[in-house]
Design a protein around this ligand. Structure first.
Ligand code: SF4
Length: 337
């Protein structure tokens, strides 16, 4: 009998003596190779990727893969606006940029295939002006995460429920939320700059939301930026209605009542649930309209009025929103909808 080939990149532990060419993620082949050597890449706004407290208002380079190890029933991996490139071309792209660059590794990178993550780390060493933020579903072995986490300047962990039942309804890994919780705890203990998101899927995971908040209270994680995300009907859940704004507002108010300082609803255009307020004196620190930000009341990560320290990493690229939106309906230069 030959030696068993088990992929140890994520907790699925695919056995390539049984599976043929690819693992459950559809990305990794035998010997932990990234199949097809293809990555997706696009310019984006950091807010569009999901970070509100990491280099607010900046442009970034978003990199992702065509699949993921959760294979969620509402994620089709639509990649219409991305261009496809290979790993070898990534360094050429960054060389051409020749300036400060924020790289966002998107959710599918929970797998973090060695050729890719090694390449990114190599580039970071070569170009110290590169900042790496990582969006993850958290379904990764803790030991592997510990080895990698020091390379990340910021981390966004995404939750889709807080029970085996909720995850079994939307993904192929019912226990993935436990891993995400463990990764969150480890990141907190190691002072990794962290943001969290919770996607509310009506009828699937609303009840878990209270458990999720109570767990964060037990960790005393009141200062973590917490994003509440809308579910959109896609892929196998095309017939489901999107999450109503009323439900998102209820979730927002609940988190605020429980004492969380920085709570946001990502999928609204503007309003109090998209702005940042000082937890000490209540003054408006950052106003967000779409993906524009206006740092009205904050300077050097402190409230201008009372001096309260705000957990923001990196300088803010601020716009004068009053000037930008002076003429209603006028096309705004640089706006990419
Ligand atoms: S990374 Fe892919 S191939 Fe490896 S264990 Fe996870 S799902 Fe399987």
């Amino acid at each position: 009998m030959g030696v068993k080939k088990i992929c140890k990149l994520c907790p699925h532990r695919c056995n390539f003596n049984i599976l043929s060419a690819r693992g459950l993620c559809h990305l990794i082949g035998p010997n932990q190779l990234l199949m097809d050597n293809k990555i997706f890449i696009r310019r984006s706004n950091i807010e569009l990727t999901g970070f509100f407290h990491f280099f607010p208002g900046h442009e970034c380079l978003e990199i992702s893969l065509p699949s993921c190890n959760l294979r969620c029933t509402f994620c089709e991996k639509e990649r219409k606006s991305y261009s496809i490139t290979s790993l070898t071309d990534l360094s050429k792209i960054l060389e051409k940029e020749n300036r400060k660059m924020i790289i966002v590794l998107d959710c599918s990178f929970s797998i973090l295939p060695p050729p890719l993550i090694n390449k990114i780390i190599e580039l970071k060493h070569h170009y110290p002006c590169i900042y790496i933020s990582h969006i993850t579903n958290g379904f990764i072995e803790k030991e592997r995460f510990i080895k990698l986490m020091r390379n990340f300047d910021a981390l966004l962990v995404r939750f889709f429920g807080f029970s085996d039942l909720a995850y079994s309804r939307v993904s192929i890994a019912p226990r993935a939320w436990r891993y995400a919780a463990e990764i969150t705890k480890t990141a907190l203990e190691n002072n990794i700059f962290l943001e969290l998101s919770y996607t509310i899927i009506p009828g699937y995971n609303e009840e878990d939301y209270a458990l999720f908040l109570r767990w964060l209270v037990s960790l005393k994680a009141f200062k973590i930026p917490l994003h509440i995300k809308r579910f959109y009907p896609r892929y196998l859940l095309k017939d489901k209605a999107p999450t109503r704004t009323k439900l998102l507002m209820e979730a927002f108010n609940k988190a605020k009542r429980m004492g969380f300082h920085y709570v946001y609803i990502d999928d609204i255009y503007e309003g109090k649930a998209r702005n940042t307020y000082c937890p000490n004196d209540g003054s408006l620190l950052i106003r967000r309209v779409g993906y524009f930000v206006d740092a009205l009341g904050i300077t050097d990560s402190h409230c201008k009025k009372c001096g309260e320290k705000i957990p923001i990493k990196g300088e803010i690229s601020s716009h004068n929103l009053k000037a930008l939106f002076k003429v209603p309906g006028e096309k705004i230069e640089g706006w990419r909808g």
